[in-house]
Design a protein around this ligand. Sequence first.
Ligand code: HEM
Length: 509
Amino acid sequence: MSAAGDHLELIVFGLLLGIICLIVSLICHRRNARLLGRAPPGPWGLPLLGYLPFVDRLAPHKSLQALAKRYGGIYQLSMGSVRTVVLSDAALVRDFLRHEELTARAPLYLTHGIMGGYGIIGAGGDIWKYQRRQLIEWLKALGMTRKQCETRAQLEQRISCGVNECVQSYESEAKEAELLDPLPALQHTLGNIINDLVFGETYERRDPNWLYLQQLQEQGVKLIGVSGMVNFLPWLRHLPGNKRSIRFLLDGKAKTHALYDRIIGRCNQQLQQQQQQPKRSILAHFLHERQPYSQLYCDEQLRHLLADLFGAGVDTSLATLRWFLLYMAREQRCQQRLQSELRSLSESPTLAELEPIAYLRACLSEAQRIRSVVPLGIPHGVDQDTVVGDYHLKRGTMVLVLQWAIHMNPAVWPEPEQFRPERFLNADGDYAAPAQFIPFQTGKRMCPGDELARMMLTLFAGRILRRFHIQLPAEEAQRVDMQGECGITLAPAHYKLKFTHLEELPKNS
Ligand code: HEM
């Protein structure tokens, strides 16, 4: 063969080798990418502070929603020293939150500092797993089950007592004043339902300890909000304003725990006297099953569990009902449609009467959608490097479920600022929630109190609107801020409504 032919052969061989190397390296790269995952996109931030200075402290959910519009259903940013992944796509949320590695909680200074890893909301690892399993069992034993049974009927009875007291309070308050703030009666009665189920005790409305606990709850929830800068820049705790807030929270914890210790003492005595009686509270179940010397049953664990259940149970349900009443008063068309169905029920309708009313459930769901009471979800943490789908998540990352963006996405909910319960009804008029509706979140840490919450919301909403027609007078409508105040929960500021006995209105009004 000639020298030119040899040369050509070498070039072809070289080219082929080059192409093979390229293909092999591409395959390796893709495999590695699959193994290691890629980092979600996201904005740059400032050194040390990250993106924190650009997050609106009063409405963090809206700042993060604006980024979701730019970067999509998953993005990352730095909140001070905490790397944060934000999810605003329900399918991704489902995928992420079923992973074991994401069941930890984010290492936030305030929550970790105050809760110390005890209880259930801020706990992780074995304490959380064991406590959660037990809590679900105890809630079931107290009647929190969808199955119709004796214990569920008893739970409904206990909730009904609080609901009826609330309706009676509105009845007498409406006789004395033209406008009334629905919050105090709601807070007292709903709070007492949870007190009854968690502690086995209730309070008189003017009891100083109860007034203190309610005020602490209202203030504490605002201070602990994930937007708190101290969570992400712990050195800020030395500033005087932050020092005051932290002292307020720690004093509150000490006083609350002292109050709890007295209740625990009383419950212990009762248990000794009535050993064979069914256990009527979470506290009684805990004490009954307590194993001495086990960290899973230590005093700190019990106190934090009680505080967590009171906080998680009251604050979310209360904020939901306050948004519901506000929107129903504003949206007279919806209220009239609902009341046309409620009027045919008994005066104090039961769950068996209320649950089949699809429009009531749709109104409650629409209130939960339009104002997500946990707009940033409850943050999760990643406890070891892991890959979910295409993404690589590093240990120590905080994962936020941006419920606000999920529930206000115009591609799923056209004109999201419009209150339209019909979104939750199918063509046959039956209740049907779109898959993007996740007020209780999903996965391994999903709210364990969802059914109890549904029972309370249905009974409060159904019985209040069975008894009263509510209106938002024009001057209140102008004054009231529909955006709400954001701490851990998003709740409306105080507002007043006009309550009129439904029977005093003509049937077609
Ligand atoms: C409308 C009412 C409620 C809403 C919207 C709500 C929502 C939520 C959400 C979003 C979470 C976070 C889930 C996660 O981290 O993935 C949660 C957790 C939790 N909720 Fe609820 N909740 C409500 C009522 C209740 C009630 C009545 C209870 C009382 C038993 C309760 C007890 C808890 C507890 C103990 C947790 C922590 C679970 C864990 O960390 O494993 N919630 N809730």
